[in-house]
Ligand binder design. Structure first.
Ligand code: NVA
Length: 361
C-alpha cells in the first residue's frame, strides 16, 4: 500500500535577500550589556573618543540608565514590527560578566543586542559566525534555544569552524594606515573568522567586505560552504575602520541600492543599471554617545518588504529621502539603542521572508 502523501511543513527559516516580505525576525536584547575587556581587536574599530571609556570600564556593565533607554527603543521596535504583522522572537539574555575562554585567554562578554552580527541566514540555513572578538566568542549562546527550535522545524543549522582566537590572529602592533594607504586590518589570516554583518544578500549574489573581524580565510570558508549556488563578491570601500557592511552598501529592493557617499567612491560593477541612492549625511548630534560606530548607522535600515522601511524617528533627512525615492518609511525611536553600536539592521536577523532564491543581476 502506498503511504498517504504527507505535506512537508514549510521551513521556519527562509530568507534569501533583504527585501522579500518579512514574516519572522529575531530582535536583540540589550539587557546585561557589558564593556568588553581591553583588546587590540577593539582598537581598530572603536571611535577615537571612546578608547578612554573602554579602558576605564573594561569588564563592567554599560551605564544602567543607557541600557534602560535602549531597551525602551527595542520595545518600540518590537511593537512596530508586530503591528506590521511580523512575528518577533528574542534571544535569552546570559550573564555577560561570567568569564569564559579557550587555551591562552579569558574574557567576559558583550551583549545579545545585535543578532545580525552573529547569525547569517542564507535560504533555509542559519550559520553561526566564527567571530574574531574574544568577547563575542560565546555570543551565539543566547540564540541557541531558537536555533534548536528552527532546526527541529526543518532548518539547516551550521557554524563556521570554531576559532581558537590565539594571539596569532591579531596584529598587536596595529596602527591606522596613512590616508591613501591600503587598509590595515587588525586580524591576520591565522584561521577563518567572520561576522555575519560583513555580508549582505541579494539572492544568488552575496556582497561581502574584508574587515577588522572578517578575513579572506573566513570569506573563502563561507564561499566553499555555500557552494556554486551562491556567488560571493568581495567589495572594497574607502573605510579606514571596516567592520560590518550595512552602513556602507545596503540593497533595498531589486534595482535599488543605498550607498554611503563617503565610503563608496565607485559602485560595484554588478549594480550597473540599478538606481543608486546616496544616503543623506547623518544628523546625529555630536554630543550623542556612540560607543562603537560612526554616525552612518543612519543607513542601517531594515526593509519589511520592497516598500516599507523602518527609519529612525528623528532622522528627517533620511525620512524625506526615502519618501522621495518611493519607499514607505515607518518611524521608530532608536537613538538610545544606536549608542550601543547599530541600528535597525544590526538589531535584527530576519529568519523568514516570503520568497524564493532568485538572481537579480
Ligand atoms: N562599522 C560601521 C557600522 C556598521 C553597522 C560604522 O561605524 O559606520
Amino acid at each position: 500500500m502506498t503511504p498517504p502523501l504527507v505535506e512537508k511543513p514549510p521551513c521556519p527559516v527562509n530568507s534569501f535577500n533583504e527585501w522579500d516580505p518579512l514574516e519572522e525576525v529575531i530582535v536583540g536584547v540589550v539587557d546585561g550589556a557589558t564593556v568588553p575587556p581591553s583588546h587590540i581587536a577593539l582598537k581598530a574599530t572603536l571611535p577615537d573618543d571612546q578608547h578612554d571609556f573602554f579602558r576605564k570600564n573594561a569588564g563592567k556593565p554599560f551605564p544602567p540608565e543607557q541600557i534602560a533607554a535602549a531597551k525602551k527603543d527595542l520595545e518600540e521596535l518590537v511593537r512596530l514590527l508586530e503591528a506590521e504583522g511580523v512575528k518577533v522572537r528574542r534571544p535569552e539574555p546570559i550573564d555577560q560578566l561570567k568569564p569564559f575562554g579557550a587555551p591562552g585567554w579569558t574574557s567576559t562578554g558583550l551583549y545579545a543586542a545585535m543578532p545580525r552580527d552573529v547569525l547569517l541566514v542564507i535560504g533555509n540555513e542559519i550559520i553561526e559566525s566564527p567571530m574574531a572578538w574574544r568577547s563575542r566568542y560565546m555570543e551565539t549562546s543566547p540564540y541557541r534555544p531558537l536555533l534548536k527550535e528552527y532546526f527541529r522545524g526543518g532548518a539547516k543549522w551550521s557554524a563556521g569552524p570554531k576559532p581558537e582566537l590565539r594571539d596569532g590572529l591579531y596584529v598587536y602592533d596595529w596602527m591606522e594606515g596613512k590616508p591613501g594607504e591600503p587598509t590595515r586590518y587588525v586580524i591576520t589570516e591565522f584561521e577563518p573568522t567572520f561576522d555575519a554583518a560583513d555580508f549582505i544578500r541579494c539572492g544568488r549574489d552575496i556582497f561581502a567586505q574584508k574587515s577588522n573581524v572578517t578575513n579572506d580565510f573566513g570569506i573563502e570558508w563561507l564561499r566553499r560552504h555555500l557552494g556554486d549556488t551562491y556567488r560571493i563578491h568581495v567589495c572594497e570601500f574607502d573605510d579606514p575602520h571596516p567592520m560590518h557592511i550595512d552602513a556602507t552598501l545596503v540593497p533595498l529592493a531589486p534595482g535599488k541600492l543605498l550607498i554611503n557617499p563617503d565610503r563608496v567612491p565607485k559602485v560595484p560593477e554588478l549594480f550597473k543599471g540599478w538606481d543608486v541612492f546616496k544616503a543623506p549625511r547623518p544628523i546625529m548630534p555630536a554630543e550623542h554617545t556612540l560607543y562603537m560606530t560612526s554616525k552612518w548607522i543612519n543607513m542601517n535600515v531594515i526593509m519589511l518588504d520592497e516598500q516599507r522601511v523602518v527609519v529612525e524617528k528623528s532622522d528627517e533627512p533620511m525620512i524625506s529621502c526615502f519618501k522621495k525615492w518611493g519607499f514607505k518609511p515607518l518611524l521608530c525611536n532608536f537613538r538610545n539603542f544606536n549608542s550601543f553600536g547599530g541600528s535597525f539592521h544590526c538589531a535584527t536577523a530576519d529568519v523568514r521572508r516570503r520568497g524564493t532564491l532568485q538572481s537579480y543581476f
